[in-house]
Structure formats: C-alpha cells, structure tokens
Ligand binder design. Structure first.
Ligand SMILES: Cc1cc2nc3c(=O)[nH]c(=O)nc-3n(C[C@H](O)[C@H](O)[C@H](O)COP(=O)(O)O)c2cc1C
Length: 204
C-alpha cells in the first residue's frame, strides 16, 4: 500500500484583491479537495520577497523564502496562475520563482520544483486569455525542473460576471474543463507515486 503525498500547492501571480486568476485557482482547489488532497492557495501578498539580488542572498535569506521552499518541497503537485502583463507573466511571480530556483546549502539542484506535476493557468480580460504568458510560464516551469507534460488552462474575456458571489465559475464548459484537468492531474500524480514506490521496493 503506497503512502501517498497528498499536498498540492496553488500559487497566484496576481496581487490584486479581486484577481480573476486567484478566483480561478479557487475553482481548481474545489475540484482537488474532492480527491482528499490538501491544497493551499499561496497569496504572494503574504510571502513578500525583495527583488532578487545576489548580494542580499549572501548576507541574509528572506524569511518568506524558507517558508515557501518548505511548502514546495512538501508538495507533489503545483498549480500556478498568472496574469498576462505585456505578453509576460507577472513580475512578482518571476521574482518568487527566481528566489525559489536558488540552490541553498544542503539542497540538490532544482530541489524546489523537481518531481512536481504542474498545471499552468492564465486568464485575461482580453480575447487571447493570456496565451503568450501561458507559453512563457510553461517554458519557465520546465526550466525550473517540474515534471514533463505540463498541463494548461487559460480563460479569455474574464470578467466579474463569470463568477458567482462565492467565486465559483458560472460557465459550465469551463467547469468541466477544470474538473477533467484535475482528474487527469491527480491520476497522473498517483500513478507516478505508485511507480516510484514499486521501483524502490524492487531495488531494496
Ligand atoms: C500592466 C498591464 C499589462 C497588461 N497586459 C496584458 C496583455 O499583454 N495581454 C492581456 O490579455 N491582458 C493584459 N492585461 C490585462 C490583464 O490580463 C487583466 O488586468 C487581468 O485581469 C489581470 O489579472 P488578475 O485579474 O488576476 O489580476 C494587462 C494589464 C496590466 C495592468
């Protein structure tokens, strides 16, 4: 019987209180919870980090970095949502990932991201749904070391009207998309963990 890691981390690249990206993550969280997983949405307003600077890193590591690293390293899956700002992901998300990518003493390279199954999410008020930022985000996640086959979801023409008062998405087609994506995501995570366990048993 495999002892499954059931922690998924969700991170929003928008600092805005009424962020559409954060609201979409809440819909992912609802679906993930149905599988009995723990999933916290990281609000980067609560994990402020200075702009990455190698000089700072040499003197004192920001406290929030240790907390974030711990959350990443205790998780088996990662869902990242970003707004598209001028065709790119948000600066706060890129900065957070730059800090997380740093190998601290005692860590192996890419420790924060390796082994994580990931879903990249973008939404925008425009008609392309943040597709350019989505491509950037997938390239970045791959470079940082998440597992191959990064899943993706993007939502175009996002507005307040597509959410109810509890931030549930009202468009049925999108609800099904998120549900199917999460089912695939969780299945893949569990198959991955079972395969790893079997390999360990064979060797030992
Ligand atoms: C500085 C800035 C640049 C933006 N650039 C783009 C863009 O390139 N493409 C796009 O579709 N939307 C763009 N937008 C619109 C955002 O995608 C939209 O405001 C979105 O709702 C922000 O995400 P949030 O609701 O999660 O905060 C831009 C918004 C800002 C403030």
């Amino acid at each position: 019987m495999v002892n499954l890691n059931k922690n998924i981390i969700l991170i929003s690249g928008s600092l805005r209180k009424n962020s559409f990206n954060t609201k979409i993550l809440k819909n992912f969280k609802t679906e993930i919870c149905k599988f009995g997983y723990n999933c916290d949405i990281i609000d980067l307003n609560e994990y402020t980090l200075p702009f990455y600077n190698e000089d700072l890193e040499k003197v004192n590591l920001p406290k929030n970095l240790a907390a974030l690293k711990q959350l990443f390293q205790n998780s088996t899956g990662l869902i990242v949502a970003s707004p598209e700002y001028n065709g790119e992901i948000s600066a706060v998300l890129k900065n957070t990932f730059d800090w997380l990518s740093r190998k601290l003493p005692g860590e192996v390279p890419k420790q924060s991201f390796s082994g994580l199954k990931a879903i990249a999410v973008t939404s925008s008020t425009g008609k392309n749904g943040g597709m350019r930022a989505l491509e950037r985000l997938k390239i970045l996640l791959s470079r940082l070391g998440v597992k191959d086959e990064i899943l993706s979801f993007s939502l175009a023409n996002t507005s307040d009207e597509i959410f109810d008062k509890k931030n549930n998405i009202l468009i049925e087609e999108q609800i099904f998309k998120i549900r199917n994506l999460v089912e695939y995501f969780i299945t893949d995570i569990e198959i991955g963990q079972e395969t790893t366990e079997q390999k360990i048993l064979k060797v030992s």
